[in-house]
Design a protein around this ligand. Structure first.
Ligand SMILES: Nc1ncnc2c1ncn2[C@@H]1O[C@H](COP(=O)(O)OP(=O)(O)OP(=O)(O)O)[C@@H](O)[C@H]1O
Ligand SMILES: [Mg+2]
Length: 231
């Protein structure tokens, strides 16, 4: 069985006039080391899908299994632990804590259920080196460029060796040079770490370079044509 199995996923927002169907019996599978780009028009439900995969939102119906487990069957505390262990998030506005430096921000996931061990610190340093930030360890987020902040978010998402990394428009706020650098790292580093990567992006140049690119439209994922991908 695949590391991620999504079956008949539905998300419906009840509305007195007409229910809003955002995800409509959506199914797909993905394995560690694979990557998937999700594209689609604004309002299509891309962020909703990532939020559900990340257990930050509940599906209306359907199932999600990560490494053979259904996170929605878990109690609140267990689910938080599951999220911490299996899922790394990278958001467009990176969500770094302003009063914490680069190394501390990277260590954040290790603090959720305890304290950072020497092994966590070593791994954080190694990941920060990998994303080219070895000489920025004690900088605060305000002392970094947008691309550097996004690279901290990449390192942080990978700290606990999650099953999957979910990224919502990670290059959306960056100029094209920075977007290219972050995009490169996003493609390479999770693969090296055998982590699954799902990226929502409006950047066709990023989507095109990923293993799979699917479009979310009318609540379902469909293959995008090669013409669109290279056009
Ligand atoms: N709490 C809610 N109640 C009702 N409708 C909602 C709610 N949250 C989101 N929606 C609707 O769900 C749809 C999908 O929203 P979502 O944020 O997932 O879109 P998106 O594909 O990420 O768009 P964008 O590219 O603009 O970020 C939107 O039409 C939105 O209005
Ligand atoms: Mg969105």
């Amino acid at each position: 069985m695949s590391d991620l199995v999504v079956r008949e996923l539905c998300k419906v927002y009840p509305n007195p006039r007409q229910d809003v169907v955002v995800l409509d019996h959506l199914s797909f599978e993905l394995n560690r080391g694979d990557n998937l780009a999700i594209v689609g028009p604004s309002g299509a439900g891309k962020s909703t899908l990532l939020q559900i995969l990340g257990t930050l939102d509940q599906p209306t119906s359907g199932s999600v299994e990560v490494s053979g487990r259904n996170p929605f069957a878990l109690g609140e505390v267990e689910q938080a632990r599951f999220r911490n262990q299996h899922i790394g998030f990278i958001f467009q506005d990176h969500h770094l804590l302003p009063q914490w430096n680069v190394l501390e921000n990277t260590l954040l996931p290790s603090l959720a259920f305890g304290r950072a061990t020497q092994a966590h610190v070593d791994r954080a340093r190694e990941l920060l080196e990998r994303v080219g930030l070895s000489d920025r360890l004690t900088h605060l987020p305000s002392q970094l460029s947008g691309g550097e902040r996004e690279r901290v978010a990449v390192a942080r998402a990978l700290l606990l060796r999650p099953t999957m990394v979910l990224a919502d428009e990670p290059t959306g706020n960056l100029d094209s040079d920075n977007a290219a650098t972050v995009g490169e790292l996003l493609l390479e580093v999770p693969k090296e770490q055998n982590t699954m990567l799902i990226v929502v992006t409006h950047s066709m140049s990023l989507a095109r370079r990923m293993n799979r690119c699917q479009e979310l439209r009318r609540g379902k994922l469909t293959d995008t044509s090669l013409v669109e991908r290279t056009g």
